[in-house]
Design a protein around this ligand. Sequence first.
Ligand SMILES: NC(=O)c1ccc[n+]([C@@H]2O[C@H](COP(=O)([O-])OP(=O)(O)OC[C@H]3O[C@@H](n4cnc5c(N)ncnc54)[C@H](O)[C@@H]3O)[C@@H](O)[C@H]2O)c1
Length: 385
Amino acid sequence: MEKVRIGIVGMGNMGKYHADYLLRGEVAHAELAAVCSTSPHKLAAYEDRAQVFSDGLTMIQSGAIDAVLVATPHYQHTSLGIAAMEQGVHLMVEKPISAHKADAQRLIEVSKKHPEVVFAGMFQLRTEPRYLKLKKLIDDGELGEIVRINWIITDWYRTEAYYASGGWRATWKGEGGGVLLNQCLHQLDALQWLVGMPSRVRSFAQLGRFHNIEVEDNVTAYLEYPNGATGVFISSTGEAPGSNRFEIAGTRGKVVLENDRIEFTRNEACMLEHSKTSRIGFSKPDIWNVEIPFGNAELPHAVLMRNFVGAIRDGECLIAPGHEGIHSVELANVLLYSSLVDQTIDMPMDGAAFEGKLDQLIRESTFEKKVVEVSDEDFASSFNR
Ligand SMILES: NC(=O)c1ccc[n+]([C@@H]2O[C@H](COP(=O)([O-])OP(=O)(O)OC[C@H]3O[C@@H](n4cnc5c(N)ncnc54)[C@H](O)[C@@H]3O)[C@@H](O)[C@H]2O)c1
């Protein structure tokens, strides 16, 4: 295949962003062949550059595209993703791969039946040098065995205008969750990519704490891992200025990613060995302070798209295989579910139970969503991925 013909479904903030770098030629061997939106005014700008469609299924079945990028609200990721794979159209799905775990399982089941179709997820943190450095540190054993993680990611501040900018946003029916499923999905993917999945979780999620919304916008969660490591994950869209501090402690030291710096404090000896062998009650292992340099990511979304195109054309290994997206969905779900049912939840969580809870929330919702149309320019100027 000389060029992979890509179609984008959902031409909101993200769809437009992806279309722009494709049109600028940032992804070799790929062309923007078609765009689709249920909002007709989003299509006018593309009429002379790509085929335009008002229905995703029609675009997928048109023969005009080899691959589709799904950038719609969350629930449509599953239905459109399944339709694409059944049609033999390669699939790149925006995060989250689905609105909830049971839907993610449905998507993955179809993917297993179509191994010839490339299925990838838009988890761009995996291309960012800072997270690659953390991954190397962990995988090379520099931290020893991990004993604790703390991630305070409260700099996802959003205003009421943000929530009012789309009818689907921050509703059980349209989005399926709040800060966990939307903003934090990237951190939750990076977390499981770096340290694996927890074995149980206890969470406290406040619904509409800072905003006039029905879903969670403030969360504090405790996580326990199979080796006994513990963790705390804190997030909010209502706190300013907020923090983004990620700390991982292991038996050989600790690493902190904050304020565009990675600081590694390395124990000269394993802390457990030191504790067993030292004859001095208050002594600690000697340390080295190391600052780990890293560059900035350049167009991380385009990097993933190049990788997707490489996988389609040349069988390149995917940086973010779509099926791995189930882990971040499960984490987003369980960090909410534990709070909703006021219980500690063992992992893997019961996807059907969460789906049932979500259905109940949708059925019982009396929330009236206020939508205020925001111009593309206004949104783009404040858009913070
Ligand atoms: N990877 C990232 O950095 C990143 C950043 C922001 C958002 N996202 C994800 O991108 C997706 C879209 O988010 P957004 O902020 O662009 O939302 P948005 O509301 O700005 O855009 C969604 C668009 O989809 C259209 N749409 C809805 N249903 C459709 C359907 N069935 N067929 C075709 N078009 C349809 C709407 O008209 C709207 O224009 C979400 O999954 C979100 O989580 C990813």
